[in-house]
Write a protein that binds this ligand. Structure first.
Ligand SMILES: Cc1cc2nc3c(=O)[nH]c(=O)nc-3n(C[C@H](O)[C@H](O)[C@H](O)COP(=O)(O)OP(=O)(O)OC[C@H]3O[C@@H](n4cnc5c(N)ncnc54)[C@H](O)[C@@H]3O)c2cc1C
Length: 427
């Protein structure tokens, strides 16, 4: 049987107390059956409950077991693709709708945290760090682009200013987004699950959806029970497997790894990141890091195409951390873990409807903490009959990975190797 406990991460070790929820053992009826208790599923459930729907959530393992309970905790706005590239692909009208929504996810997280009093170490401020003049030029044009869509809170940082917010000698400049920030991701998911239950939603853990019986009144089967619903939301993302074969061909699970140092102490932590902002660099295969509430450095990076678990995560990630911060050479690593996100070829989310009543959102290809919260709202709007924003995502074109299920992993790895080499050469 698959392992359904949390990985041995810093997040699991510092999780707020949460109940163990029972597995589904019965036949139940509901308005909406949500498959997956990550941010996509929980955000959808919350918006629907707030609008009077009866909601049942099925989680194969535990709340936040997937990427939502393991990620870097960075609230990074917008999508994993630049909005001008999106505009060229879909035209100005659809791009306008998507561009308008690009910073909404961060606002939703803050509203959730405030409304439901979620304790998740929320901090404001995220930095995009440029390693080359070319990357800095890209940030400048990105700022102009985002301003075109009304997002005017971004500040460019020159070499002197970036040194004031991060003690890394490698950066030539950057951009600060005060509507970005960071959180303890598992505690956010656990808090959202408690909010779902406070509104009458029901969450079953250890309850994988193993089959969907489609039709006018679809039924989701688990090993010991079933849920009949008016609507289904599929929110299993990189952990979904082949439950919905139509979705699997156009996406690929990928792993990324994270380490957490021992607590650094206030003085060293302050020297590294004086404003406590989170940072991601501008490389294609990017590094991302931030401080935790107890002043550890959480550092992530790298991609494993096809989501195999690497044998020695510390050996992969620690050198990246030391490249950015050689001053941490004697610092101990207390935790190392891996998690899966879902990549699409366009790096844009795969959103849509199968038949009349099965909705899905997955595959945001990296920057998912904000997008998944937005997705919950957009899916809930669609179920309530307001589909304009849902359609803006659903109409994005998606293509199968070259090489099919068998060869997509080596092909994608080759592509990443090429971009990784360009990062190294600074071209
Ligand atoms: C290590 C790592 C670091 C990351 N860092 C960042 C970051 O700093 N910032 C950022 O913006 N993004 C980051 N991401 C991406 C982000 O975490 C994800 O995009 C986001 O959490 C996806 O949420 P989700 O709810 O769609 O999927 P998940 O959180 O993966 O949740 C899916 C859930 O569905 C369940 N499930 C699957 N199949 C079934 C089934 N058949 N029946 C029932 N349940 C099922 C799974 O058990 C899982 O709990 C990171 C991802 C990883 C892996």
């Amino acid at each position: 049987m698959a392992n359904t406990s949390y990985p041995a991460s810093y997040y699991a070790a510092s999780a707020n107390p949460a109940p163990s929820r029972p597995a589904l053992q019965d036949d139940v009826e509901t308005d909406v059956c949500v498959i997956g208790a990550g941010y996509t599923g929980l955000s959808s459930a919350l918006f629907l409950l707030e609008h009077g729907f009866k909601v049942t959530v099925l989680e194969a393992a535990k709340v936040g077991f997937g990427a939502s309970g393991r990620n870097g905790g960075q609230i990074v706005n917008s999508y994993s693709r630049d909005i001008d590239v999106i505009e060229r692909s879909v035209g100005p009208q659809q791009a306008q709708l998507l561009g308008n929504m690009a910073f909404e996810g961060g606002r939703i997280i803050r509203e959730r945290v405030a409304k439901y009093q979620i304790q998740c170490d929320l901090k404001d401020g995220g930095v995009f760090a440029a390693l080359t003049a070319k990357q800095m030029g890209h940030l400048e044009s990105q700022k102009r682009l985002w301003e075109r869509f009304g997002h005017t809170q971004l500040e460019l940082l020159d070499q002197r200013r970036i040194r004031e917010v991060v003690a890394c000698e490698e950066y030539v400049g950057g951009m600060l987004d005060m509507s970005g920030g960071h959180i303890h991701p598992l505690n956010l998911a656990l808090g959202e699950a408690a909010a779902v239950e406070s509104l009458g939603g029901v969450i079953y853990e250890q309850s994988p959806a193993v089959r969907i019986e489609r039709g006018a009144s679809p039924v989701v089967h688990t090993p010991q029970g079933k849920v009949r619903a008016k609507f289904i939301i599929v929110a299993g993302n990189a952990y979904l497997g082949n439950l919905v074969p139509e979705l699997a061909a156009k996406s690929m699970p990928c792993g990324t790894q994270v380490i957490a140092t021992e607590p650094l102490g206030d003085e060293l932590a302050h020297r590294l990141l004086p404003q406590d902002y989170c940072v991601e660099d501008c490389n294609y295969l990017l590094d991302y890091y931030r401080l935790t509430g107890d002043k550890r450095l959480i550092f992530g990076g790298g991609v494993v195409y096809g989501a195999r678990d690497p044998a020695n995560i510390e050996a992969i990630i620690r050198p990246k951390m030391l490249k950015a911060f050689p001053q941490l050479k004697d610092v101990k690593i207390d935790y190392a873990w891996t998690g899966n996100f879902l990549l699409t070829l366009s790096r844009l989310p795969q959103v849509g409807r199968l038949g009349d009543n099965i909705y899905y959102s997955q595959g945001c290809s990296g920057h998912g903490v904000t997008y998944t919260h937005l997705a919950g709202k957009v899916l809930a709007e669609a179920l309530r009959g307001q589909a304009e924003r849902f359609d803006a995502f659903a109409d994005l074109p998606h293509y199968p990975f070259p090489g099919g299920q068998l060869l997509r992993t080596p092909f994608a790895a080759m592509g990443a190797w090429y971009y990784g080499l360009r990062d190294k050469l600074g071209v």
